[in-house]
Design a protein around this ligand. Structure first.
Ligand code: HEC
Length: 167
């Protein structure tokens, strides 16, 4: 038998076979009126960073790279995007209530400060998604300031309600 017979019988054959295992990549939706950016609370600078470093996993606007269509990497991508969207989906921002928005911003603050997001496995392949110290600082300051803005707007709404009730 020639050498390539052995090759085909081993890992190559296995790779070929696993291509037939069905994987469903989470659907892409580009028309998202409830997106966080559409809500006007994100500066242009932060918008750019979220789009480059987070949106492929944490939004409905995922741009799937070629390796997300080939097993076994497709399985990992499908799983990561599914879980990431469940935890935090920037496309559905306006569906979150005030408490949820505050929680998500707090999580963003902590994850980015600790350098846990974007995921290391992602920046390994997507170098441009890496955040340096200065960029991380901009994101965490934005998250903190935005939490204040959201909490204050709720307080204003409450005190207006009280005034109306007193009248
Ligand atoms: C490669 C996909 C990917 C990218 C890119 C990515 N994330 Fe995540 N993120 C995940 C996954 C998967 C989880 C859930 C599992 C986990 O916590 O590790 C997650 C979880 C989170 C959570 C919730 C953490 C918790 O435990 O409550 C926050 C907040 C978050 N990511 C923020 C971000 C931000 C901000 C960016 C961009 C700077 C980003 N992520 C980029 C995949 C990603």
């Amino acid at each position: 038998m020639k050498r390539w017979h052995y090759l085909l019988g081993g890992p190559a054959l296995l790779l070929l076979i696993i291509q037939f295992v069905p994987t469903e990549l989470p659907a892409v939706e580009t028309d998202n009126s409830g997106d966080i950016i559409a809500s006007g609370i994100v500066s242009e600078e932060v918008t750019k960073m979220l789009k480059t470093s987070c949106y492929n996993c944490h939004s409905n606007e995922t741009e799937y790279p070629w390796y997300s269509h080939v097993a076994p990497s497709s399985w990992l991508v499908a799983r990561d995007v599914r879980i990431a969207r469940e935890e935090l989906n920037f496309s559905l921002w306006q569906d979150y209530d005030m408490i949820e928005q505050l929680e998500k911003l707090d999580d963003i603050y902590l994850e980015v400060e600790a350098g846990k997001m974007p995921l290391g496995i992602y920046t390994l392949v997507h170098q441009s998604a890496k955040l340096d110290d200065a960029q991380r600082k901009v994101i965490i300051e934005w998250a903190e300031a935005t939490m204040d803005v959201i909490a204050e707007s709720e307080e204003d709404a409450e005190s207006e309600e009280e005034e109306v009730n007193e009248e």
